[in-house]
Design a protein around this ligand. Structure first.
Ligand code: OOG
Ligand code: MG
Length: 258
């Protein structure tokens, strides 16, 4: 167990921000993914189960917002998952931000040598999601290695109704309207085209990432393809809703007090 993993795990559990490791030369990208793996092992040891993968910075608006220029991946777990319409406590966050996500659900295990050209036949559900990101770093500022080590700022998520893909939906997935609302007011809009020009590319990237890092992808696992807009601060006592045309909506509430 590296010190980095311990620091980040404690920061997450204790909701206290920590200094980024920006000047630590030992934390290159490969080392950062090892820290991320240790973080997930700590969560599994505490009884959580892996639920899949999240991609980050698949959208130019997010790259600009955070000053990075590379796709990243993180891990999601049962400890982060909330039901559509759930109320979460502000006590679990440091400085949460919300973003609309497009989510894929796997119908079956993915083989390490899976042919990406036919990967859509492994998907039995597509849905709109809300991701709550909550960097453990002070002021939400970090380098690429920092944010990879911090499990891509993963904190919480909720997924709307799963839609069974039809050829028509699979085809239109590259350009669906996206709306993010807080308390019923639109705070950002976009298109699924912002996700690597086509969210199917994000799915390919996730499968390649899993393969390269030896991460199993199993039936029922979920892949968050990456935000379609920038992320927006989320405050206690407010409700966030994400909507993607043809997929529907998903809502999360944050209580006023813990
Ligand atoms: C990293 C997480 C990025 C996305 O959808 O692009 C991400 C961050 O912005 O803190 O989840
Ligand atoms: Mg995200």
């Amino acid at each position: 167990m590296t010190n980095h993993a311990r620091i980040l795990h404690d920061a997450q559990r204790g909701t206290t921000e920590v200094d980024a490791f920006t000047h630590d030369d030992t934390l290159d990208l490969a080392a950062a993914y090892r820290v991320q793996q240790q973080l997930i092992e700590l969560r599994l040891a505490e009884g959580e189960q892996a639920t899949g993968l999240k991609l980050g910075f698949t959208n130019p608006a997010k790259m600009r917002q955070m000053g990075v220029n590379h796709i990243i991946a993180g891990r999601i777990t049962t400890g982060m998952a909330h039901a559509d319409g759930a109320t979460v406590s502000p006590a679990q966050f440091i400085h949460p931000r919300v973003e609309p996500e497009l989510c894929f659900r796997l119908a079956r295990d993915i083989a390490p040598d899976e042919n990406l050209a036919a990967i859509s036949n492994a998907i039995d559900g597509i849905a709109v999601g809300i991701e709550v990101i909550d960097s453990r770093y002070r002021d939400f500022r970090f380098t690429l290695s920092d944010v990879v080590a911090d499990n891509a700022s993963a904190s919480a998520y909720a997924i709307g109704p799963w839609i069974t893909p039809t050829p028509a939906l699979e085809h239109s997935l590259s350009n669906l309207g996206v709306i993010l609302q807080i308390d019923g007011v639109d705070i950002d809009t976009g298109s699924t085209a912002a996700i690597l020009d086509n969210p199917w590319r994000a799915l390919h990237a996730a499968v390649i990432h899993a393969r390269e890092h030896g991460i199993p992808l199993r039936a029922k696992d979920v892949i968050l393809a990456g935000a379609a807009t920038a992320a927006h601060p989320w405050h206690p006592g407010t409700s966030v809703r994400a909507t993607i045309s043809q997929l529907g909506s998903v809502t999360l509430h944050m209580s006023e007090e813990a």
